[in-house]
Design a protein around this ligand. Structure first.
Ligand SMILES: [Zn+2]
Length: 279
């Protein structure tokens, strides 16, 4: 069984926040054995912490938002996927705003600074979550199931019935190598039809082609082209990894998704915890 690990040195990163449009700073800090991942709002009195666990989920509309009383942190999934896939278990994520920096819309900037931080093994086993029978959750034309397996694997089918996005399917074993090379660089994407109202309402001040791929009925808009022909399905797999870290464990299962988003991903995380007897 593998050991728990934390980072060797603190590392920081700054970037624009989607909703405020202001520069947000994030800092990864080493943490003790069995701390898990915790967000710390250093801009609030007493610097409240928000555990990256299912019980903290307060919203799953467009991204995954965690909260602890009045303290919230929005868009945690890319950070959580990066921490877990780089073999880290115990990390404090300090943030000075209610949202994380957008970066380029992918997990790659987080991977880079976590690699720069170095990894230190700790004197305890990594917590695992395995299942003995299949589990499934579904709704709104989406489905997500988990089959017993000895390691972590994700198969994902993306299908939007949209003129500019053909269906995409990928399957990956989830480990540090596949994450860094195949998944972390895949960027957030958004349909322009969904963004239009938000933009008009002044709600996504920080959003631009610097931090997302935007899809109109006629075209895919990016500054420098797609990073993979199937970048979208890869990003959805990365989101799913991040949401499943909210179990607080390393999931050993073959997870099969048909079009799932954050709401269903979190529902599966909850079902996995229930099946494994984790509170
Ligand atoms: Zn995402």
């Amino acid at each position: 069984m593998a050991c728990q690990a934390t980072i060797a040195t603190p590392q920081a990163l700054a970037g624009i926040g989607l909703h405020t449009g202001r520069i947000t700073t994030l800092r990864f800090v080493p943490a003790a054995v069995n701390t898990g991942v915790r967000f710390r709002r250093v801009d609030l009195p007493d610097k409240p912490e928000i555990p990256a666990r299912i019980a903290s989920v307060v919203d799953t509309q467009r991204s995954t938002t965690l909260g602890n009383g009045p303290a919230m942190i929005q868009t945690v999934e890319h950070i959580l996927a990066s921490i877990q896939c780089l073999g880290l278990d115990n990390v404090i994520v300090e943030v000075n705003a209610p949202e994380t920096p957008l970066t380029d819309g992918s997990a790659r900037p987080f991977v880079k600074i976590l690699q720069a931080a170095g990894r230190v093994e700790q004197d305890a086993d990594q917590p695992l979550l395995s299942i003995t029978a299949p589990l499934a959750v579904e709704g709104n034309g989406m489905a997500l199931c988990a089959l017993p397996a000895d390691d972590f694997r994700i198969s994902y089918t993306l299908s939007y019935h949209h003129p500019a996005i053909k269906p995409q399917f990928r399957e990956f074993p989830i480990n540090d190598a596949t994450f860094v090379a195949e998944l972390a660089p895949a960027r957030t994407f958004a349909l322009y039809s969904e963004l239009e109202q938000l933009l008009k309402a002044g709600l996504i001040k920080g959003g631009s082609l610097d931090n997302a791929v935007v899809i109109t009925d006629q075209a895919i808009l990016t500054k420098d082209g797609l990073r993979y022909p199937d970048e979208f399905v890869r990003h959805k797999i990365m989101d799913l990894i991040g949401d499943l870290t909210l179990t607080g464990r390393r999931v050993h299962a073959h997870v099969i998704s048909i079009r799932s988003g954050h709401t269903l991903n979190v529902a599966l995380a909850r079902a996995l915890c229930a099946a494994a007897g984790i509170a």
